[in-house]
Design a protein. Structure first.
Length: 179
């Protein structure tokens, strides 16, 4: 009888890249290989293909299934500084590496924002604490991998909450009159 190891699978995705207002949220989750089918059963898929109501209804089920969860928030000032220096991909790779380091997974799938997924993979990999973690950088990983899809839902929910908080900040307009 062969005993299979129930490995810890990670998925990392972002929400808010390219937005005019608000933070960039990087979310990562880890799920035991034996529980990934549960993500499918609750209807997990890329957050962009779900309504706001469906994402909200899945959020706590995803959190309950996850072995670990890590959220990284990058404020708009830091995003702007890095966009100006043409280093947004590097900033996102650093954040993804920090998330992966916190997840402590056996293998992890990330949604790649760089046109060159191998370059992006290396940018993340050189920042990982464990050299034993298998890293897969893929375009459209949020559509191809259930754990990344779950991370995309978490990132979107957290970012939507951040935007709601911004909306609640009172805006005071001062009128200037020129005589």
């Amino acid at each position: 009888m062969q005993c299979s190891k129930d490995i810890l699978i990670g998925g990392v995705d972002e929400a808010g890249r390219g937005s005019i207002i608000g933070p960039l949220i990087i979310a990562g989750i880890s799920v035991r290989d034996s529980k990934i089918s549960e993500l499918s059963k609750i209807g997990v898929k890329d957050s962009k293909k779900l309504t706001k109501k469906l994402r909200a209804s899945m959020f706590f089920s995803i959190v309950d299934l996850a072995d670990s969860l890590c959220i990284y928030k990058i404020d708009s000032d830091e995003i702007d500084d890095n966009v100006f220096l043409n280093k947004l991909n590097k900033l996102e790779a650093e954040a993804m590496a920090a998330v992966i380091n916190n997840l402590r997974v056996d293998e992890v799938y990330v949604d790649c924002c760089d046109v060159n997924h191998e370059r992006y993979k290396e940018c993340i990999k050189c920042r990982l604490v464990s050299c034993n973690t298998k890293l897969y950088s893929m375009h459209h990983a949020d559509q191809l991998n259930l754990v990344v899809s779950a991370a995309s839902i978490v990132a979107k929910i957290v970012r939507d909450n951040e935007i709601q908080a911004i909306r609640r900040i009172p805006y005071h307009r001062k009128w200037i009159s020129f005589g």
